[in-house]
Design a protein. Structure first.
Length: 90
């Protein structure tokens, strides 16, 4: 999912067709994996938490805040989903 977003942002900056194709490929693959997952809610929560944790670790190690526009919404969405539907994880 992060790769799809990253390649899309690269495509917006440079307009290279390969970035658009890679972005679309990653997002379609993520969508197919989501549809085939037996526990879709768990899949979404784990995906959002993985983006937030890996992004925060990367931001800490690289001392850069460039990933915050992706990290913060993913962390907030994961938190809100867990507060709203957290009982489904049982």
């Amino acid at each position: 999912m992060v790769a799809g977003i990253g390649h899309f942002l690269d495509w917006l900056k440079d307009r290279k067709p390969i970035d658009w194709k890679l972005s679309l490929g990653f997002m379609v693959t993520y969508g197919i994996m989501l549809l085939l997952s037996p526990k879709r809610f768990n899949f979404v929560i784990v995906s959002l938490l993985a983006i937030a944790v890996c992004g925060a670790l990367n931001a800490f190690l690289l001392r850069s805040v460039l990933g915050l526009p992706i990290i913060v919404p993913c962390a907030l969405l994961a938190y809100l989903l867990l507060r709203w539907k957290g009982n489904l994880l049982k």
